[in-house]
Design a protein around this ligand. Structure first.
Ligand code: FAD
Ligand code: NAI
Length: 477
């Protein structure tokens, strides 16, 4: 007899585990199926985000940033460090501890909320009456669970480049690049997107020579172009990343000791580069392998993502999908909010997720964060806008921190003054953007932010000044 549930979630990443918790809070009998195993072969909840994504990358970014500060930033404070060195093994151990703490925390939350955690690969077998049958396969064991509602939260996996094999020894994906226990002298990175820049920064700060090979002619095309230009300047000039854009990869040949990449570009012609390790991060693809038995006709788009309506409903009755497996930004917080909303909809509530106010953050140095429209989007849409921009170089707190590169830019409607976008590159941009998200969610005007008292000295004064700048009444610029 199958175990029966009201709601069965497939995938325990930030979409799935949050959906399971919210559904349990709403009184449903919930199970969550997840197949992820950590390198020790143990089940580990939390999906990509906790195991091989957001959390381990931020742990290593922090460790490497601390090293870089001690190596290059402390002297200006009059602090001399002799014999500075780092232990990559200890950095990895610290990262692993954080991951273990958080993944075990989810196991605890599942117990607390009486969620049945099923380890194994979930596969939708079909619907009997109004109840979906889901097979869970773990090694040799097989069981079937039944539930009225199924939430697909199977996430994503690295997109492959044709003819390039990831062995996580010489040619790495995100998991491999997060697990290196020694710094490669020459790290090549194919794809100068978010993963390439974050993980490239980690290993650059620890001494690797890092070369990013990017297909697009423009750098960070999704970001506001003023931010992208500043980022390119700072990453290459101050942080030593080598970034080639407009690159076409011709071949990748992995040997015992090195990887040879042939590429060409309109600017540089045919090129050959030799690396000790190569990270391939050219986007991610939806995880749907083995998810559907024959005859389960779930609609997917041309790239394989599960098609959903604005409420998270798929083409199948009582089957919902959230997070990376669906089209949209591949962000943990998007997945989680969709998880909450779907659980509440199953309970008959009418939740709302405002997709126009999702913050984007890149944890590079300096950090980049934005919410809302870029200046280029507003121009393309013919929106009449005004802007205010304030440099961290004129912000007392940023100078005290020794991190005065970058700026905050606010875009507001010329007619109504409503804030349409906020873009920051600089210290703690990841935290600063929260104020902008709240403001935009509450449909604030630049005048609203300009009239709010901001603590002095604080980085948030840069946002305040950008708001004042929308009305050409900046006080410190
Ligand atoms: P996932 O987290 O991918 O979880 C899906 C889970 O489902 C996995 O455990 C998978 O094993 C399991 N699964 C898949 N198929 C099955 C099946 N058939 N049966 C059972 N289990 C299955 N986002 C941010 O917002 N901030 C960041 O700082 C950030 N940093 C990142 C850094 C890196 C290196 C990477 C790779 C990603 C990062 N992301 C970040 C993106 C973020 O990790 C994803 O957007 C997020 O994890 C998506 O959540 P999800 O729940 O949809 O899927
Ligand atoms: P990405 O989409 O950010 O970047 C991939 C890059 O590879 C793009 O610039 C693309 O033009 C380039 N590319 C594609 N094919 C190429 C080729 N053949 N040769 C050279 N370059 C090529 O994807 P990435 O970095 O793999 O990350 C996946 C997703 O994970 C991101 O889109 C993001 O949503 C999420 N993520 C979020 C983070 C955050 O929020 N801080 C951190 C890391 C990842």
């Amino acid at each position: 007899m199958p175990q029966n549930f009201d709601v069965l979630v497939i995938g325990a990443g930030p979409g799935g585990y949050v959906a399971a918790i919210r559904a349990a809070q709403l009184g449903f009998k919930v199970a969550c199926v997840d197949e992820f195993k950590n390198p020790a072969g143990q089940p580990s909840l939390g999906g990509t985000c906790l195991n091989v994504g957001c959390i381990p990358s931020k742990a290593l970014l922090e460790s490497s940033e601390n090293f870089a500060r001690a190596a290059h930033g402390f002297a200006a404070h009059g602090i001399a460090v002799d014999g500075l060195r780092f232990d990559a093994g200890q950095m990895q151990a610290r990262k692993n501890e954080i991951v273990t703490k958080l993944t075990q925390g989810i196991a605890f939350l599942f117990k607390k909320n009486k969620i049945t955690s099923l380890h194994g690969h979930g596969r939708m077998l079909g619907r009997e009456g109004e109840v979906w049958q889901v097979e869970v396969n773990c090694d040799e064991a097989r069981e079937v669970a039944a539930a009225r509602h199924v939430i697909l939260a199977t996430g994503s996996k690295p997109r492959m480049l044709p003819g390039v094999e990831i062995d996580n020894v010489r040619v790495l994906d995100n998991a491999g690049a997060l697990a290196l226990d020694a710094v490669p002298a020459r790290l090549g990175v194919i794809g100068a997107g978010v993963i390439g820049l974050e993980l490239g920064s980690v290993w650059r700060r620890l001494g690797a020579e890092v070369t990013l090979l990017e297909a697009m002619p423009a750098f960070l095309p999704a970001a506001d172009q003023a931010v992208a230009r500043e980022a390119l300047r700072l990453f290459t000039r101050d942080h030593g990343l080598k970034i080639q854009t407009g690159v076409e990869i011709q071949s990748v040949k992995a040997g015992q000791e090195e990887v040879i990449v042939h590429w060409k570009s309109a600017k540089d012609g045919e090129q050959t580069a030799t690396f000790d390790k190569l990270l391939v991060c050219v986007g991610r693809a939806p995880n749907v392998e083995g998810l559907l038995a024959d005859g389960v006709a779930l609609q997917r788009d041309e790239r394989g993502f599960v098609v959903v309506d604005e409420t998270g409903r798929t083409s199948l009755p009582d089957v919902w999908a959230i997070g990376d497996v669906t089209p949209g930004p591949m962000l943990a917080h998007r997945a989680s909010e969709e998880g909450v909303a779907v659980a509440e909809r199953i309970a008959g509530q009418k939740p709302h997720v405002d997709f126009s106010c999702i913050p984007w953050v890149m944890y590079t140095s300096p950090e980049i964060a934005w919410v809302g429209k870029t200046e280029q989007q507003l121009q393309a849409e013919g929106v009449d806008y005004k802007k205010g921009q304030f440099p961290f170089a004129a912000n007392g707190r940023a100078l005290a921190l020794g991190e005065s590169a970058g700026f905050v830019k606010m875009l507001a409607c010329a007619k109504t003054d409503r804030i349409l976008g906020v873009h920051a590159i600089g210290p703690m941009a990841s935290e600063l953007i929260a104020e902008a998200v709240v403001a935009m969610e509450f449909k604030a005007s630049s005048e609203d932010i300009a009239r709010i008292v901001h603590a002095h000295p604080s980085l948030s004064e840069a946002l305040h000044e950008a708001a004042l700048g929308c009305d050409k009444r900046g006080l410190h610029s």
